[in-house]
Structures are given as C-alpha cells and as structure tokens.
Write a protein that binds this ligand. Structure first.
Ligand code: IMP
Length: 421
C-alpha cells in the first residue's frame, strides 16, 4: 500500500532518527534524504560491523532504492567514501539515486565555514565545519553549483570563477589560496563517477507513488535547528522540519501519510545555543555516560538535560507530528528519578507551550518540572505490556502533554531494541 512516512527530529538532533527510519525501511520501497548534508551522521550495525552514514539513506542496507533528494548538499568526497564502504559490504549500489538538482559542497565551503565561525568570535554557532552553511549560502546567492551543472559545458568556467572569488577573500584574511587546478580536476573525476547515480528524483518519486510504492523519508538534524523555526542563529542552514521534506524532495504536502517525531526520554544538544533544560552538572554528566552521548560526526560530548515538553509541544505543532518515537527510555530508567519540564515561567506568566515571548530570555526562565520515579530495567524489551508501571507512567505523561500517541519506544542501543505500539 502506498505510504509516505516521514521521520523528523524534534529537538536538536541526535534523537535516534536512524533507528526508527531503519525499522520503517523494512516495509518501504524507497528511502529518501531531503535536507542537510554530511553534518548528519548515524551509525548502523551491519554484518557485524558499524557503518556510519552521513549522506546515503541507510535504508539502502535493506536493498531498497535510496534517494538523495534535491534539498541535500553533497560533498562528493564523503559520498564516494560511503559508496566504497557499502561496496565492500556488497550492497547493491544500482539502487542509489542522486538528484540532478542537489547542490555540491566544494573545499572552499569548508574553509569558509571555519572562517565564518572564527569571525563570529563568542557568537560562533559551533558548526560541524563540513561547509554546510556556506554551500546553502551560495545556493541562496545563486552561485551554487548543482549536480546537473557538472555535466554542462560551463561547469569548469563557473567553478574557476567561484574558486577565484573565494581565494581573493581568503587572502584578505591571510589564509592560503586553494589549489584551483586540483579542485577542478577532482570534481571532473567526481562528475564521471557520479554519473550512473544521477537522475530526476522528483519524477522518480512521483512515478513510484503512482505505482503504489512506499517511501520512508529520513529526516536530518531537527526542529530546533531549523533556520526558520528553530533557535536562530544557533541553527543549521536548512529546514529540517516538515516543509524541508517537501521542498527537498518535490513531494506534495498531500502525499505524506505519517509524520513521526523522534525525541529521547531526556534531551541533548551539540554546539552552542540555548538549551533550556540543560543540566550542566553531575546529572548531565551521568546522562551523557549512561546514554553514550558523543557525536557520531564530530565525536563531541553532547550537552545533556531533562526532556522539555514545552519545546516538544511546539515541535509537534509545527511539523504536524502524528506519532512519537521515544528513545532511551531504558537510559532514563537507570537514573532512579527524572524530571520532565512542563512549563516555563517568565515575568509571572506560565508558558506551557513554546512562545516567541521567551526568545532572548531563555536564561531568565523559571522552569516547572514534574518529577517521576524512574527506577526500572527494561533493556531490550519489545512488548509494552510487560513494562514496569513506572516506565509506562513516563510514557503516558508525555503522551498526555503532547496530545499524540507514543508509537515507538527505544529500549536499548540495538536497532531491534524497540517497542512498537
Ligand atoms: P552546521 O549544520 O554544521 O552548520 O551546524 C549548525 C548547528 O547544527 C551546530 O550547532 C551543529 O552542532 C548542529 N548540527 C548540525 N547537524 C547536526 C546533527 O546531525 N545532529 C546534531 N546537531 C547537528
């Protein structure tokens, strides 16, 4: 039956979207990435080895079509590293399809990313330094180069123009010039290697839907990192919310059948920016160790804190989430007690829903918490009915605050450690 299921992060990324996407890919015909680039990263166990995906939808491991949509920014070097790993595992790469319209990341974007961060000083975003922001900047500035542009006679001229202009700026800041000829020759090589995968993915997806095929859209990053709806300017440079799924793939709004929002039983963030329920203390350290909260892309220790139901309610609203995936319930069960943020108090007013009133006042908020006993061992359980009452209570409090059902519950690190309701 035709289905278009979307998996989105509701907080600051690293919610465990890959686990739910991998599960849903098992019953899908096509896995799709729509936004971001190799700033994302998720690790999947395959043939007893860990494979880290940054660009290619991990659904390809299920031997289904994998589409890199037009909204993704592609660093070809990273793409071919992933392709190489997958070939070693004998994954059928004829199922990989790359949008003609996807933009390319060039080495100058990476230099610009680092330079811009440096120039921001204390206001730095804490980016992944993968050139994502500068690539999207060039896209908006209409000097970006897309996959399709590589096959045009004008490609080399435009690429040399860009490198030359960027080099002039780098020199102003005392940085070394990039080697123009090396970049051009590398990308001409990538052009040839990429050719078998390139296609009009918008038509491919719509033709597939006409044939009643099912699509799983693997979201990247998360709602609070959305450049329009997140904690601007401490955001990524794309729209990881539901709108980005549409513009990044060409799917129509009415095509989408299910929107699953993913969060953890606690919260985490990498990079700078507000994190209202952060526990920059022993509790945060304990959560980090119990939940192994270190970045898959940059290995940075993640900032950790309590689940924030006020911010989550906002994320549910702006994405139109139809069902929740709650990861790391087993981790919260090891803490003995946990807090769930249910309200923010600012100037005497209580906010139970996220509001722009609080922007810029994050550090002044008094937080209202509900405390629950969480002393349970549920590692690897797969059946909701056998969960201890304390674990069920945790789930039910979240459901009642957010007004949506919890459909998936993570009970351990393995992909199979999941309850499906
Ligand atoms: P950028 O996407 O590299 O420009 O980084 C912008 C912000 O988004 C930084 O705070 C990053 O740490 C964060 N970020 C980007 N991608 C991810 C992700 O996949 N997971 C978590 N945080 C991310």
């Amino acid at each position: 039956m035709k289905k278009v299921q979307v998996v989105l992060g509701l907080n600051y990324g690293d919610e465990g979207k890959g686990k739910v996407s991998t599960f849903l890919a098992g019953n899908s015909d096509i896995a799709l990435r729509c936004t971001g680039g190799n700033n994302a990263g998720h690790t999947v166990e395959f043939n007893g080895e860990k494979i880290v995906f940054h660009l290619i939808p991990s659904g390809i491991l299920n031997n289904i079509d994998a589409v890199i949509g037009n909204g993704v920014v592609i660093d070809p070097k990273v793409l071919f590293e992933e392709i190489e790993v997958l070939s070693k595992h004998n994954v059928d790469l004829s199922k990989l399809h790359i949008s003609t319209r996807a933009h390319l990341i060039f080495p100058y974007h990476i230099v610009e990313d680092k330079l811009q961060e440096m120039l921001k000083g204390d206001d730095k975003v804490g980016t992944t330094a993968r050139g994502i922001g500068p690539c999207y900047m060039d896209k908006a500035n209409r000097i970006g180069l897309r996959v399709i542009d590589m096959y045009s006679d004008d490609f080399e001229r435009k690429l040399r123009r860009n490198i030359d202009n960027k080099n002039k700026v780098f020199q102003l800041f005392g940085l070394d010039k990039l080697d123009e000829n090396k970049i051009v020759s590398d990308y001409l090589e990538y052009r040839d290697k990429m050719k078998p995968y390139v296609m009009d993915t918008v038509s491919f997806l719509h033709d597939a839907m006409d044939l009643e095929k099912s699509i799983i859209c693997e979201g990247a990053q998360a709602t609070m990192l959305d450049m329009d709806l997140g904690d601007y300017p401490m955001v990524t440079s794309s729209n990881p919310t539901i709108g980005g799924i549409q513009t990044g793939s060409g799917l129509g709004a009415g095509d989408i059948t299910d929107i699953y929002g993913v969060c953890k039983a606690y919260a985490s963030r990498v990079g700078e920016g507000p994190f209202i329920t952060e526990q920059n203390n022993e509790i945060g350290d304990t959560i980090r160790e119990l939940g192994h909260e270190y970045g898959a892309t940059t290995k940075r220790p993640r900032r950790c804190g309590w689940i924030d139901l006020v911010a989550l309610k906002y994320a549910v609203r702006v994405n139109g989430v139809t069902g929740l995936a709650l990861n790391h319930l087993d981790t919260i069960g090891k803490l003995g007690k946990a807090k769930l943020c249910v309200g923010y108090k600012l100037n005497g007013k209580i906010y139970t829903e996220y509001s722009d009133d609080i922007l810029g006042h994050e550090s002044e908020l008094e937080l209202e918490y509900k405390e629950l006993d969480t002393n349970f061992e549920i590692a690897g359980l797969r059946n909701y009915n056998v969960l201890p009452e304390e674990a069920k209570k945790y789930v039910e409090v979240i459901e009642s605050h957010l007004g949506i059902p919890v459909k998936f519950i993570g009970t351990g690190p393995d992909n199979d450690d999941m309850i499906i309701r």
